[in-house]
Design a protein around this ligand. Structure first.
Ligand code: SF4
Length: 202
């Protein structure tokens, strides 16, 4: 069991590193191409007396400052929740999951979504090492924080905003009739999809 867990961990690390290496390679190639064009252009402009080196250096400092800020906002290639909201101050959708999870089998815990900076910094919610910073999921498509037999969230108090905001009441993929607890019979088919498309945030 321990060997299996270690092997799984290794695979996750390998996938994560592959992602990082791929991004590094792609970025280096692109940076080289852009640099070549840029230096060529600068040389021509200076040669023809259109700009001076002094002007160029001054403008470079101002632009670099702007770009650094932009990159920081974007999370440097990693995906974050678009709208950062304090999850502990969030007005959670109120649904009595307890009486329903034996029917819906926690369908919402198959969602794919990006975590917030709050989640990452807190370090409780696990993210997919191969796809930063998406919620970590198991082979089955379920979130890694779901307790398999009871379908309960193991980190309920710390769960991310999309889990708090998801409202299954009018989601026909899950409920044909929410009030009368009639679940969509096609739900198992949705569950079987392993491509992350099974249950997606609308
Ligand atoms: S964090 Fe909890 S509520 Fe959210 S998807 Fe995972 S198991 Fe479900």
């Amino acid at each position: 069991m321990q060997v299996e867990a270690l092997e799984e961990l290794r695979e996750e690390v390998v996938e994560g590193l592959r992602y990082v290496h791929y991004q590094l390679g792609a970025n280096t190639g692109k940076a080289l191409e852009v640099s070549s064009f840029l230096y060529a252009l600068i040389e021509l402009l200076i040669e023809r007396g259109i700009i001076t080196e002094k002007e160029l250096n001054e403008r470079k400092i101002a632009v670099a400052d702007r770009l650094v800020k932009k990159f920081q906002e974007l999370g440097m290639g990693a995906v974050f929740q678009e709208k950062e909201q304090d999850k502990y101050g969030f007005d959670d959708v109120q649904i009595d999951c307890e009486i329903r999870r034996h029917l819906c089998k926690a369908a919402c815990c198959k969602m794919s979504f990006a975590l917030s900076r709050e989640d990452i910094e807190e370090g409780i919610v696990k993210w997919d090492l191969g796809h930063p910073y998406m919620i970590a999921k198991e082979e089955s498509g379920y979130c890694v924080h779901l307790e398999k037999t009871t379908h309960r969230c193991k980190i309920w108090k710390n769960r991310p905003v999309p889990c708090r905001a998801f409202d299954c009441r009018n989601d026909r993929r899950i409920w044909l009739d929410f009030e009368n607890m009639i679940v969509n019979q096609k739900l198992p088919e949705v569950f079987e999809r392993r491509d992350g498309q099974g249950i997606k945030l609308k």
